[in-house]
Design a protein around this ligand. Sequence first.
Ligand code: SME
Length: 359
Amino acid sequence: MTKEEKYSELLKTAESLIDPKAGMIANMSNMAALIHHGFGFLWTGFYLAGGEELLLGPFQGPLACTRIPFGRGVCGTAWKEERTVIVPDVDLFPGHISCSGESRSEIVVPVWNRGKIVAVLDIDSRETGTFDEVDGKYLEYLCAVLSCSIDSGLRKYIADEIIPRYDNFDKGHGRDHAENVIRQAMALCVRYDVNPDMVYAAAAYHDTGLCADRKTHHIVSAQIIRSDAVLESWFSRDEIDVIADAAEDHRASLGHAPRTIYGRLIAESDRLIVPETVIRRTVQYGLAHYPELDMEGHYARTVEHIDEKYGDNGYLQLWIPESPNALRLEELREIIRDRSKLRQCFERVYAEEKAELNF
Ligand code: SME
C-alpha cells in the first residue's frame, strides 16, 4: 500500500470518527491515535495555541515538553509562519526542541479553525527524511477534518446522490476529481471564517453540470443546486444561492473574479498547478494541434504559452494567496526564469510524449 493510499484510508476513517459535538480535545485524541498507530510514528500529538505559547494537548508516544513559546522550535515556527514545516533531519534545524533523543525527523502542521490557528499537529519519526509534501498535503486534510465537522446527513446525501453522478463524466472529471476538489476546498476553507458545510456542498456539486455540456456546465451546476430541494434540509435559501454562485464561479478564469470567498475557494481548489504537468499539457496540446511543427517549433510554442500565462507578468490569477498553487506557481516561475532548466524539462517531457505517440 502506498503512503497516499494509507492516508486516504485514514482520512475516510477520520471523517466518520470525528464527532462535531464532541469538542476539539476528544476529536484530537482520536485523531492522534489514528495517525500514530496507522503509521507507527515515534510521537504524534497536538499542541494547543493560547496567548504567547503552545500548550501540550492530546498525544501518543513518550513524554513531551509541556510549553513551547511562539516562534520557538519546529512547532512554534509552524505557528508563527502559518505553514507546514518539514524537518528531514532535526539536528540540522536551528532551535529544534528535543523532547526525545530518538527523534530524527519531524513534521508540524497548523490546525486552522475559522481563520485562526488553534493548534499544531506535531509528528516525530525515528528515521531521518520520513516526511515530504505528500505527508504535508494529507496531514493538512486530516487537520481540516477536525475543524470542518460536516453535518453527517449532508455528507451521506452527497456521498449517495451527488458523487456517483461523476461516474458518467470524462476521465478528468470522475469521482476522484470531485473528491480531490472537496478535500482541497476543506483544507483551504479553514483559513477563513466561512461555513464549511457550504464549501463542502459547493465543491461536491461544482461539476455536476457536466451532464449538459462542457461549455455551460458551471451554469448548469448552479441550476442543479438551486433546484435541489433536499439542500433545504441544511441550508437557507440565501445560503443555497451563495453555494450556487460559488459553483458557477469556479470557471471564473473565463472572465470575472469569483463573487464571494466561497467562489474563490472552489475556483482555487479546482485548479492544480504542478510545474511538470503544466509543461506536459502544453506539449500535449501542441502535438495534437500543430503536428506540422518540429521540436524547435514546439519549444517556441511552449515557452510563449507558459510565459504568457504563468510568467512573472502572466495573466493567471490566483484567488487564494495561501493555496498550495501559490507555492507551486513560484516553483514554475523559477523554471521559467531559468531558460536552461525550462529547456531541460521541455526536452524530457517532449521525448516522453513523442515516444507515447509513436507507441
Ligand atoms: N520538537 C518539537 C517539540 C515538541 S516534541 O517533538 C514532541 C519542536 O522543536 O517544536
